[in-house]
Write a protein that binds this ligand. Structure first.
Ligand code: CP
Ligand code: NVA
Length: 314
């Protein structure tokens, strides 16, 4: 039977992509966090939940956490994964890659230079597409991060997260998820390195219904006032290596160090998606200090992605 445009559209509507954080409704996000807690508490209950489900991992950029936690997550759920490392779209168009992979695997997980590659994969693939980091978003990281915040704080409602540094992919996703869940978000960044205005506006629109306040400031000391967590990320993301030297000068006042930690409440957690460049965006003493939860975040990547795969593939 020849597929018509309308039945292709119907099949597409039944897949659930995670192109950006906006693909999850507030209910879906809450459901995912509850499921993450269940999967973490009783992993053996889910050992065969995704047997005979296969992931294709497409990674244009390096990864330790994301790639390995997706591979281990699907294997621990009874399925399996194959990974392809290298540029996407050089040898054949992205739309053809999508229409090959969706014949062989149940979901595509892609880490890409451009968000447009994720959009193209999602448009053409009948299997769900998960964004494993693009230039503008890192939704899987944000899932683990808001789960970690919930574990430590009980709730995100009325809490405050300060992000210090570059208004980048990690900042965008975290801002959206925090605002969606009612946590105030203050980001301090140098001029020219603010988060995208459209994403700030979207986060503020979420805040209008959850009560979350989203602030953009130049002053890291103002951002950490009354913050429950302070978060930072590298000053030069993957793909920005040529700017690293220039950025290390511009971002120097935005280091998370002992002085900045002392300006926040004593319980303020330190968070980082990793990998970190100790001595740049964070001092060794803060990253290794008693308030650091960086390895809890890394652990929770596994549990949160198991929940995501269960939601998409079960
Ligand atoms: N935080 C994170 O995404 O780590 P990787 O780059 O190692 O996947
Ligand atoms: N902002 C960083 C995150 C790495 C996990 C990057 O894109 O390189």
């Amino acid at each position: 039977m020849t597929a018509t445009v309308s039945n292709l559209a119907l099949r597409k509507a039944q897949t659930r992509d995670l192109r950006t954080d906006l693909d999850l409704t507030r209910d879906e996000l809450s459901y995912l966090l509850d499921l993450t807690a269940q999967v973490k508490a009783a992993p053996s209950r889910y050992y065969n939940a995704l047997s005979n489900r296969y992931l294709t991992l497409l990674f244009e950029k390096p990864s330790l956490r994301t790639r390995l936690t997706f591979e281990l997550a699907i294997k621990q759920l009874g399925g399996d994964a194959v990974a392809v490392i290298g540029p996407i779209g050089n040898r054949e168009p992205v739309k053809d890659i999508a229409r090959n992979l969706d014949r062989w695997s149940n979901a595509l997980v892609a880490r890409v230079y451009s968000q447009d590659t994720i959009e193209q994969l999602a448009h053409w693939s009948k299997a769900p597409v998960i964004n494993a980091l693009s230039d503008t978003h890192h939704p899987c990281q944000a899932l683990a991060d808001v789960f970690t915040l919930g574990e430590k704080l009980g709730t995100l409602e009325g809490r405050k997260v300060a992000f210090i540094g570059d208004g980048n992919n990690v900042a965008h996703s975290l801002m959206l998820c925090c605002a969606r869940l009612g946590a105030n978000f203050a980001i301090a960044c140098p001029a020219g390195y603010e988060p995208k205005e459209s994403i700030v506006e979207q986060a503020r629109a979420f805040g209008a219904s959850t009560g979350a306040i989203v602030e953009v400031t130049r002053d890291p000391y103002a951002a950490v006032v009354a913050a429950d967590a302070v978060y930072t990320d590298v000053w030069a993301s993957m793909g920005q290596e040529a700017e690293a030297e220039e950025r290390s000068v511009i971002f120097e006042p935005y280091q998370v160090n002992e002085k900045l930690m002392a300006a926040g409440p004593p319980h303020m957690m330190f968070m980082h998606c990793l990998p970190a460049k100790a001595g740049q965006e964070v001092t060794e003493a803060v990253a290794e200090g008693g308030n650091s939860v960086i390895f809890d975040q890394a652990e929770n990547r596994l549990h949160a992605q198991k929940a995501l795969l269960l939601m998409m593939l079960d």
